[in-house]
Design a binder for this molecule. Sequence first.
Ligand SMILES: *Cc1c(COP(=O)(O)O)cnc(C)c1O
Length: 371
Amino acid sequence: MCPTTTDFNTVDHSGGHLTVNLGSIAQNWRLLAKLAAPGECAGVVKGNAYGIGLEPVAHTLWNAGCKTFFVALPQEAFELRTYLPDATIYCLGGLTPTGAADYAAHRINPCLNTMDEVREWAALDGEHQAALHVDTGMTRLGLTMEEASSLALDNALLGRLNLTHVMSHLACADEPTHPLNNVQIANFEQVRSLFPGLPGSLANSAGTLQGARFRHDLARPGIALYGGQSVVPAPEVLHPVVTLEARVMQVRLAKAGDIVGYGATKTLERDSRIAILGVGYADGYHRLVGNAPDAHVMINDQPAPMLGRVSMDLIATDITEPHFDDVRPGMFVELINSKLTVDVVAGWAKTIGYEVLTGLGPRYRRTFLGG
Ligand SMILES: *Cc1c(COP(=O)(O)O)cnc(C)c1O
């Protein structure tokens, strides 16, 4: 579990509170599993479960009924194995050179991404499971279509591989009308026909949410489990998962004409009351949010505008309006909640909710609800 700043103290000294609703993650997985049926629904937990915390998320998904997990890196796979001794675990990053024996020892199934990896896994003993990853148009990891075609004819090599699935990954499933979706679907059908009887896995969150043509036998949703937006427009059915609050460190008065923050990018237009908050870009709250139009935090259900740049550890917000009169040092105000979502904050930072989530820093006091 993630370290907290309060483990050794009786008082909460943290600048920010991150509350994770594990019950919402379980609900989101069940919903995606229903959509994926009759296929299986896995859970993608790479990047410390998208910044949320691998151990609590792994137990939550397992208890909800998820039996198959995907991570990116072998060290994530080995860590996950210590939490879930009976889960099926795939490593999307494939094999580390000469590392196959470690994978086998931890019962980690590599997603074989190159012919070298295919041969290395085949050389092991032919008993351990793997997925075959074919690139259908993203030009990232995976065998080329040509390599997959040759492999399909190589019965000697195939006979020494215990393949569970053939898989591929979608580049544009977040844009349902993008023409690459149909190209990738057609290419994947072709790849599947090369390996008759082998189950297929194509859909990420966006694919799982969109329809049967993406789904095949094993869905691999990540972001949707964590309440992030994967398709535009977003389906309303998923539950928000994280709440982020920052401590009010100081409340101060300033005059019209005063500047606020690094670079003096903000000049106050009126005499103002300002709250300085104890979260910054070192916590993953992006520096660019500071001067984005409309960027704000929520205090007593009212938006309090950002003032100037986000610093490494601090944010300045405008609390001049009378409905903020009761704001005092020590209070916590909301940076992310069920309406002010990771995707809204991501928009201000000119990025996507994935990056806001995976960037959630180690300094927050983390609380896990439900699960
Ligand atoms: C990250 C990843 C996923 C999950 O994608 P989401 O958009 O988060 O659902 C699925 N498959 C592969 C290969 C990935 O890299």
